[in-house]
Design a binder for this molecule. Structure first.
Ligand SMILES: *[C@@H]1O[C@H](CO)[C@@H](O)[C@H](O)[C@H]1NC(C)=O
Ligand SMILES: *[C@@H]1O[C@H](CO)[C@@H](O)[C@H](O)[C@H]1NC(C)=O
Ligand SMILES: *[C@@H]1O[C@H](CO)[C@@H](O)[C@H](O)[C@H]1NC(C)=O
Length: 455
């Protein structure tokens, strides 16, 4: 009986206002206060050593002290375990005034750039929806990324069609389940050739539910003490000047010149950019093999470096623009980029796999498998749609128990998308149908993004 009043007290103490989108900007809900992302990417261990950073109260509390000291208001997390309990860390973050942008994928449950069609399947969507359900309940969940750097060169653009289908499905899920309308978007790789097409593609078409609510791109163009013009930031402001949804840098922090001075902070939070951009996230909190860390984590101890000090000083001396930063509220959504030899995504999206419709209708509750999830092999075309209720007598199912090929893909991404195939742990309920990885897929996966963010 004591429990109820206590709980409501806790709820009051942790109140943080959700963030909403309006025009091409973020706002604190029910206010005229514009919100700029002042953030850091946070995935200690990286994608090779997957750890849920929001499931361990001790480590998240430890790091929140650093976040407060840095003066940030947002972290981006690339993967969480959708079976874990995140209440405590999310509450601690909320108490510190920190929001979370979450990628809903894990490396083995994501859209594969080499076989996007197969990887877009019922099992995959069940994981995504389970993640959305697990994280949508927190007021400080700022947004979801449906994908990260899936398109990483000119040969992988057709995968965008499937990622956009995931955006659509997530938005339908959120709406049908009457969850808070948390923005859904995509985080693009730092690929000069098709960054703009990608941005427009995710914000085009008549189906509002298929258009992204926000867009991030990873950008490593400002190295050392560069400038607004030398870095090319000025051209990006111009190129995206009519982009109608909130836009931000989902990763920044070139490490070609170290220690990193982070002088770009002064441009990012200035009126030179605020009519088009809404801040960004520094890549990244912890030092990993690719050497972008602000801190070194060793067991329980965290040591900050001069990048950390520089970033802290830059944040401290750089306030947000006053007022609404001249955001734009009445821009039109984008034209879909035409298919060319450099852009091969079609605007006609695939239907939601029929096995996943039961989650959208609410007839079934998605159950995640956490970091054990492995879905890329479960190709619908090969008969792997909705086996529930049937007894392995799926059309096209064959050879249950046969072992699948597991590719040794190396993700060229800084985040947690990847394109490996594997067999499922759910062999009892799904036919084992390893997706075949062609040579082109393997090649595409080892392409290095701008020679920069490689793990
Ligand atoms: C933005 O829209 C204005 C007005 O329609 C147009 O003049 C301008 O060329 C557009 N800019 C870009 C980069 O598309
Ligand atoms: C373009 O996409 C279509 C499927 O939409 C595919 O059949 C074709 O191979 C792709 N072309 C290139 C050059 O990737
Ligand atoms: C992905 O699946 C493969 C094959 O089951 C496994 O070896 C690998 O460890 C998994 N990767 C991650 C990051 O869990």
């Amino acid at each position: 009986m004591l429990l109820l009043p206590l709980l409501s007290l806790v709820a009051v103490a942790t109140a943080i206002s959700p963030i909403e989108t309006k025009g091409n900007a973020f706002f604190v809900k029910d206010s005229n206060q514009r919100f700029y992302i002042r953030g850091v990417d946070y995935q200690p261990g990286g994608s090779s050593k997957l750890i849920d950073p929001l499931a361990n109260t001790k480590t998240c509390k430890r790091d929140i002290e650093k976040f407060k000291d840095l003066g940030i208001n947002t972290i981006r997390v690339y993967s969480v375990d959708n079976t874990a309990d995140h209440d405590e860390c999310m509450k601690e973050l909320a108490d510190a005034g920190i929001y979370v942008i979450l990628d809903v994928n894990i490396p083995n449950a994501s859209i594969s750039r080499s076989d996007a069609k197969c990887s877009y399947n019922t099992m995959y969507l069940e994981e995504v929806f389970a993640t959305v359900s697990a994280m949508a309940k927190y007021d400080n969940t700022l947004g979801f990324f449906a994908g990260n750097e899936v398109i990483n060169d000119e040969t992988t653009t057709s995968a965008a069609t499937y990622v956009k289908a995931v955006v659509r499905d997530m938005k339908h899920y959120i709406k049908n389940k009457k969850l808070r309308s948390i923005p859904v978007g995509y985080s693009a790789a730092d690929v000069e050739e098709n960054r703009l097409e990608t941005a427009h593609f995710f914000n085009c078409g008549d189906d509002e539910m298929a258009r992204s609510d926000m867009f991030g791109f990873n950008d490593y163009s400002w190295c050392g003490k560069s400038s607004f013009t030398t870095s090319g930031y000025d051209q990006k402001v111009e190129a995206y000047s009519n982009y109608s949804i909130p836009l931000f840098l989902s990763e920044y922090g070139c490490n070609k010149i170290t220690p990193r001075p982070f002088t770009e902070v002064e441009s990012i939070y200035s009126t030179k950019m605020s009519s088009v951009f809404s801040g960004g996230l520094v890549y990244e909190y912890s030092e990993e093999a690719n050497k972008y860390g602000l801190v070194k984590i060793n067991g329980d101890s965290v040591t900050t470096n001069s990048d950390y000090d520089n970033l802290k000083a830059e944040f401290k001396k750089t306030p947000n623009p006053t007022g609404d930063g001249a955001y734009q509220s009445s821009l039109d959504f984008s034209e879909c980029p035409p298919q060319t030899d450099k852009w091969n995504a079609t605007s006609t999206l695939p239907d939601t796999p029929k096995g996943a419709l039961k989650y959208l209708t609410g007839d079934s509750t998605p159950k995640g498998n956490g970091f054990d999830a492995s879905t890329q092999w479960a190709c619908i075309a090969k008969g792997n749609d909705d086996p529930s209720g049937s007894d392995g007598d799926l059309p096209g199912s064959s050879g249950s128990g046969s072992s699948g090929s597991s590719s040794s893909s190396s993700s060229s991404s800084s985040g947690s998308d990847s394109s490996s195939t594997s067999t499922s742990k759910k062999s009892g309920s799904y036919a084992l149908q390893p997706a075949s990885l062609g040579i082109f897929g393997s090649l595409a996966m080892s392409v290095v993004v701008s020679g920069l963010c490689i793990i």
